[in-house]
Write a protein that binds this ligand. Sequence first.
Ligand code: FES
Length: 149
Amino acid sequence: MSADGQIVPVADVPTDTTFLFRVRPTDADIQESPDRESGEIREAIMLRDDAGVVGWLNYCQHFRHIKLDKGSGAEMRNGEIICTNHGAYFESDTGFCNFGPCEGAYLSEVDLAVEDGVVQLVDDDYEFVGCGGIETDPTDLGSKSNREF
Ligand code: FES
């Protein structure tokens, strides 16, 4: 959809996994990850439930360069988003980690709203860039495996 904040028709947002999109921080102070430049494009995810849609940055709170949705939808179980690297569980409606190495942490929220059946980015800290993930992401090297050799 257009770059004016309209992301996707709400009917196209899954309920059993996540929809991936890209945002750019508009606030120079936002440093969600120490290895990212201020203003650098980030990935975000959204999912839908009976209450509407919720959005989060697509990064675990244990190792914050690790993506929850690696391009084909995040793993989910019983309404919780699972980080497949070390098994952290995040409540999809609050972003709260209730199990795993970052227990007690929260995912970083991205504010969304539904207007006329379309999901809009309404977060003053971010602007919508596009749907899908970052195709070439130099900080994504650890997203597939977190093993150190
Ligand atoms: S990187 Fe997500 S639980 Fe460790």
